[in-house]
Design a protein. Structure first.
Length: 337
């Protein structure tokens, strides 16, 4: 993975961006990587859980995770998988989640989507990303502001709610842009609307493909959850999944609307091209009698009709004009039909 120029900003030597320990008051307190490991090993004692958020663009992150935190091999393998579809699955009593999200500086480009990897146990949640992502940053700010979180699954649900809110914001922004493009279309100002609609449609298709969770993995999790997940957390997980599905359905409906507008623009462009081709054809047909007569009259041979007639030129002009009027009448009659 090639880090961007500012990818390591805010991370320590282990690649940790931020760490929080949640105690009995359900409020997050900032901890370092060493403090978190000591607490997990039982040296500090106490109830609660720890959330550690890492920057995978940091060279030492993966090595530090293998050496200091006991995580599932599925999590480590997922970091190098080519498949980035959103899913939540259970492995050895540990939840492993792959979540796709938009970059923090999202600019409505299909490339502004990246992956967040999570590992969740009763006492630990580890999240890792390469690029700064909007949803995880919203979760981090919420924890800093003192939001109460009772369990690691509730923290995961909070993240999914934040991602749903980000999706809703994207749908609203895209809808506003589509409304503006539609107004220009109705006003007859095509401009670059077709290209803009195509870019928005590609964005929505990529968002749906990457963000839509795999139903089979989620269904297995909800049907046979690990014993340490509370029923209330399962209900919240189901609710967040439903909200996520609603946002994706709205996105699919918006994509269909963009498709219809794209077809309307294509139809109008085709109609304009047909009219231009029709005008060109009419001009060609009108010029045909002139070219034929001029070619015949200009032959340097004997017997050219009207060559000696005093009004021969005007007779030929009248014949050409008559042919032109008849051709023009036939052409526009077909156009009206």
């Amino acid at each position: 993975m090639t880090p961007p120029s500012n990818a390591s900003y805010g991370a320590d030597s282990s690649g940790l961006i931020c760490g929080f320990r949640f105690g009995t008051d359900c409020r997050g307190q900032a901890v370092s990587a060493e403090q978190a490991v000591a607490w997990l090993d039982g040296e500090a004692g106490g109830d609660g859980f720890v959330w550690l958020h890492f920057n995978l663009a940091h060279a030492a992150t993966e090595r530090w995770l293998r050496e200091h935190v006991s995580l599932s091999e599925v999590f480590h393998d997922a970091l190098h998988e080519k498949s980035r579809s959103t899913r939540v699955e259970l492995d050895d009593d540990m939840l492993v989640a792959i979540v796709n999200d938009v970059h923090y500086n999202f600019a409505f480009e299909p490339s502004d989507i990246s992956t967040l990897w999570l590992a969740v146990t009763p006492r630990l949640m580890v999240s890792a990303r390469v690029q700064p992502l909007r949803s995880i940053d919203r979760l981090r700010e919420a924890v800093k502001q003192g939001s109460a979180v009772r369990s690691t699954v509730e923290l995961l649900v909070h993240l999914m709610h934040d991602q749903g809110d980000v999706l809703v914001d994207i749908v609203r922004s895209v809808t506003a842009r589509v409304d503006s493009l539609e107004d220009h279309l109705l006003a007859g100002r095509l401009g670059k609307q077709r290209a803009d609609l195509g870019a928005l449609r590609r964005l929505l298709v990529r968002l749906q493909r990457l963000l839509a969770p795999e139903p089979s993995a989620l269904f297995r999790l909800l049907q046979k959850p690990p014993g340490w997940i509370r029923e209330a957390d399962l209900q919240d997980l189901r609710q967040s999944t439903e909200e996520f599905s609603v946002a994706l359905r709205d996105m699919a409906a918006l994509e269909e609307r963009i498709k219809l507008l794209h077809e309307e623009i294509a139809g109008r462009v085709a109609e304009q091209n047909n009219r231009s081709l029709f005008v060109l054809t009419v001009v060609t047909v009108l010029a045909l009698p002139i070219n034929i007569v001029a070619g015949l009259m200009g032959m340097n041979v004997g017997g050219v009709p009207l060559a000696q007639h005093p009004h021969g030129f005007w007779v030929v002009v009248a014949i050409i004009a008559a042919f032109g009027v008849v051709a023009l009448w036939l052409a526009f009659r077909r156009e009206r039909d």
